[in-house]
Design a protein around this ligand. Sequence first.
Ligand code: ADP
Ligand code: MG
Length: 454
Amino acid sequence: MGEEIQDILWLHVCNQFREEEGEAVFKNWIAPLIVDTIEAGVLRILAPTAFMRDWVESHYRDGLMRLVRKEDASIISLDFMVGPSHRFDAKLQTEKMQRMMKTSKSEDIEDALSLGLDPRFTFENFVVGKTNELAYAAALRVSESKEVPFNPLFLYGGVGLGKTHLMHAIAWHIKEHHPERVVIYLSAEKFMYQFIRALRHKDTMSFKERFRSVDVLMIDDVQFISGKDSTQEEFFHTFNALIDQKKQIILSADKSPSDLSGIEERMRSRLGWGLVADIHPTTYELRLGILQAKAEKLSVEVPKDVLDFLAHKIGSNIRELEGALNRVVAHATLVGRNINIEMTSEVLRDLIRSNDRRVTIEDIQKKVSEHFDIKVADLLSSKRSIDFARPRQIAMYLSKVLTTCSLPEIGRKFGGKDHSTVIHAVKKIESLKKEDTIFAEDVDILKRVLQVYI
Ligand code: ADP
Ligand code: MG
């Protein structure tokens, strides 16, 4: 019975170690070890050779100790010894048996091909809003359905908007609810690497064969699949074969199939055959929702107005948004300060500035014409009526203040005007602001709205 306890303990330690250090280190150094006994707070570990004992002891003792104590705090030290060879022969024998008993090879494939899945990337942790609801619904549908509802499912959207999160969520969901289904998740780079290696060894048959036992194949970031025609040709055949075999294929990319470059036309249209679900840039509401969800999980209190501030200020992508929140919290915990807007803007000064700078001239033109209820085309025209000329000058002024574009660039973007027109506009607005406080306030409101825009 005692033996069972330490076996279970060791199994947990091994799993944890594998996760932290990776499969290769685990296989080389930890897998060959045997746990022997726990006596008086000492866990005895046997290694097959003296060399291995010394190596593990000098490299992994502390790490193992930490993991062991997490499982059982009553263990106070590890004792590494060279074990009797018959114990290791027996271990090898059992492992061989276990391997032979595996009825399908699919688990091996899954292990060998899958990247580690991020445990935080689940459906539960995914906040749904208008911009991602289609992608979310499609992902959920694919995870729950026994049949193949649409093939391929193609998720696309800008960086940091949740494509990888959704793919991992699909994998987790299927692992939990349909453990018999074999799921593989791969980056496109890894997929291509393996594919090209198979091509080089003239072994694409076995490459295809390896995917035969797979039920769901996910390839992330397929915009990286481009290259020689022959490679694409083969890839195309493999892809078709998998679809014919009713394997659910899920792909992600930063562009829609029709916008992917470096990919043959035939392939491109094939990619769009199933369901193409795009994830749009975030809205303020979604950003706030995500921040609230993340903040709930934190051990410190983040005031609502700070979350609001972040949702306004960090518009670019969710990864950056999360990073910003973490930075603020880490800073507050380290220096023992309360979290408020002032310290937040201080800690995130660089980030906020770069987000502010991302306002484009087009954003400004859109906002300004909305504000004055005129058409963008009028803003870009040469109409001299004050109803158009003033908003145009304001838009030019804001372009100068809020973007890094040069005066000639700004002129060009306003229907090909000269840079002297832009200078004139900037000067005009500056002087009007000085004369007229209401006007100044109006322009400043626009400016502030634009700074939190996108
Ligand atoms: P992509 O693969 O599209 O570049 P990721 O899936 O890696 O983006 O997402 C970036 C980060 O943002 C991840 O930490 C992810 O958990 C988080 N994230 C993205 N979308 C959401 C969402 N809707 N709800 C919660 N977190 C999200
Ligand atoms: Mg990704």
